[in-house]
Write a protein that binds this ligand. Structure first.
Ligand SMILES: [Zn+2]
Length: 56
């Protein structure tokens, strides 16, 4: 599946998407950039704030 509008944003099926109230329901609809991230679990996990995709 693809992530965001950037053509580099290929992500493999099976990548973790954190459950949450994200603006985009699926990574293909995400418009966030690489800098739109949020850390969880004390910085151990980095997720996209647009869709919750695990970017760690
Ligand atoms: Zn995203």
């Amino acid at each position: 599946m693809y992530h965001g509008s950037d053509t580099r944003g290929w992500v493999y099926p099976g990548r973790t998407v954190v459950e949450g109230d994200w603006p985009a329901a699926i990574p293909e609809h995400c418009t966030a950039t690489d800098s739109d991230t949020q850390t969880l679990a004390g910085g151990l996990v980095i997720v996209c704030t647009g869709c919750g995709l695990d970017c760690t």
